[in-house]
Design a protein around this ligand. Structure first.
Ligand code: AMP
Ligand code: ZN
Length: 466
């Protein structure tokens, strides 16, 4: 059976193959860096990591773009309240996001892009939308006229024909009941940070950034677009309207949306105050691998209720996996191979692969592995397991771990990734160039605490792990 995904657009499970050759072009709506991300956000990012890894396991190459939303209503409000520029305000949370992602072993997308670095392209896109008759101005702001895009509503499967033509919405987030012409460019108010240009002083709305960055790096039609289910409307509906109005072509072939992480029946959300950050959990002594396992273990289209018991159970499951690996690696088994044990490994692999091919059914994939472990432990106790079978068991575990990535304990995995070291080394070089020696020293200390030493060479800075 081929790889299959549920497509929010068609509301069907569809066979998947990329549009062009072997490369999957994929776009992910990244975090809004106005605060630390919570583990609800991280559920969606973990789903995307499992998706990335499974696509690669199935032989595809990836071109995955994720944006960092570093300009939007909440960011502006908070930055102004603290007397900071947007950049000063968001830098801390962007860094924290990357650290959290590394702690959860989320692979870094091939391209991470910031909204504020694409403002001119957004202005261009809005002007082109205007030339095609999709926009109008009101009180210095520019809006998208949804009545001019008859397919509006095709992703959220809503009929907006009866909406009040000309009614406008200026905020970035709103409900389906409130479907209105949405803002593309917001006129500058009070002392808000703003950009100059042909649209007048102002700043982009949230939605235009993803259309512009997705098409800039991935082309007019992309294979996969992912995000949490709450982004379906209005954000992704608006991305479709903007992009397809611009190009006249389908923007995205398959839309994948992750269901929410819940707490006592409610969506985990900053606005509800019912959230935990990864930092909160690590401070309580939880393991990052446990959090990763918990978030990955429930198929992404099912709601997942967060409890500390659930997190404990995830840690226990990892313990069982590690104990089994230890047994395979350290016990001495007689030479040879037992056919029944080989068949068991083969069957587990087939079942594991089929489950992940089936719209990433992670629960089923884990069940296949645990069944194998249970039966194999019994076979080992009975002497029905030989050294040839141990090699097969190791292969199966490493195949599993290339997707789930929980076997290696955090202390051994190294708390800081190579990418994060590179980023800090570059930031330190920039700080030194700007003669900000305090910051440069701080980064050297921070790296040293993480076991990284820096050496000045004639070719620049070299780093190594102690
Ligand atoms: P934001 O930073 O608010 O734009 O959210 C980042 C990502 O997290 C988006 O894809 C959201 O849809 C997703 N998200 C927000 N809350 C939750 C939740 N409780 N469970 C799963 N995903 C969520
Ligand atoms: Zn987006």
């Amino acid at each position: 059976m081929p790889l299959r995904f549920y497509n929010t657009l068609s509301q069907q499970v569809e066979d998947f193959s990329p549009l062009e050759s072997n490369t999957v072009r994929m776009y992910t709506c990244g975090p809004t860096v106005y605060h630390y991300v919570h583990i609800g956000n991280l559920r969606t990012f973990t789903f995307q990591d499992i998706l990335r890894r499974w696509l690669r396991a199935r032989g595809y190459r990836l071109l995955h773009v994720m944006n960092i939303t570093d300009v939007e209503d909440k960011i502006i409000r908070n930055a102004m309240a603290q007397g900071k520029t947007i950049g000063e305000y968001t830098a801390e949370y962007e860094k924290a996001f990357l650290e959290d992602a590394a702690a959860l072993r989320l692979e870094t997308p091939e391209k991470l892009v910031r909204a504020t670095e694409h403002i001119n392209e957004m202005i261009d896109a809005i002007i082109r939308l205007g030339e095609k008759g999709y926009t109008y101005d009101s009180e210095g702001s520019t809006y998208f006229r949804i009545a001019n895009f008859p397919e509006y509503g095709k992703l959220s499967h809503s009929n907006f024909e009866g909406h009040r033509a000309g009614a406008r919405v200026d905020v970035d987030e709103y409900d389906k009941d409130d479907a209105r012409d949405f803002v593309l460019w917001k006129r500058r108010k009070d002392n808000e940070p703003s950009w100059e240009g042909p649209l007048g002083p102002g700043r982009p709305g949230w939605h235009i950034e993803c259309s512009v960055m997705a098409m800039k790096y991935l082309g007019e039609t992309i294979d996969l677009h992912t995000g949490g289910i709450d982004l379906t409307f209005p954000h992704h509906e608006n991305e479709i309207a903007q992009s397809e109005a611009l190009t006249g072509r389908p923007f995205v072939r398959v839309w994948l949306h992750a269901e929410h992480l819940m707490v006592e029946g409610q969506k985990m959300a900053k606005s509800l105050g019912n959230f935990y950050t990864l930092r909160d959990l690590l401070e309580r002594g939880c393991q990052p691998e446990g959090v990763r396992y918990l978030l990955a273990s429930v198929p992404y289209r099912k709601k997942l209720n967060f409890t500390f018991d659930g997190l404990k159970a995830a840690e226990t499951a990892i313990e069982r996996l590690r104990n089994f690996k230890l047994r395979v690696d350290t016990e001495t088994f007689p030479e040879g191979r037992v056919e029944a044990s080989s068949a068991r490994a083969q069957e587990a692999r087939t079942h594991f692969d089929a489950a992940l091919d089936d719209d990433l059914n992670t629960a089923e994939a884990l069940a296949a592995l645990f069944e194998y472990i249970r039966e194999t432990n019994t076979a080992m106790d009975a002497g029905d397991f030989r050294s040839g079978n141990a090699a097969e068991a190791r292969d199966l575990l490493s195949h599993f771990d290339s997707v789930f990535d929980v076997l290696c304990p955090a202390a051994q995995a190294g708390a800081i990734s190579d990418e994060e070291v590179e980023r800090l080394v570059a930031e330190r070089a920039a700080a030194r160039k700007a003669r900000d020696f305090n910051r440069a020293d701080e980064i050297r200390r921070q790296l040293s605490d993480q076991g990284i030493t820096l050496e000045d060479t004639k070719d620049g800075i070299r780093w190594k792990r102690k």
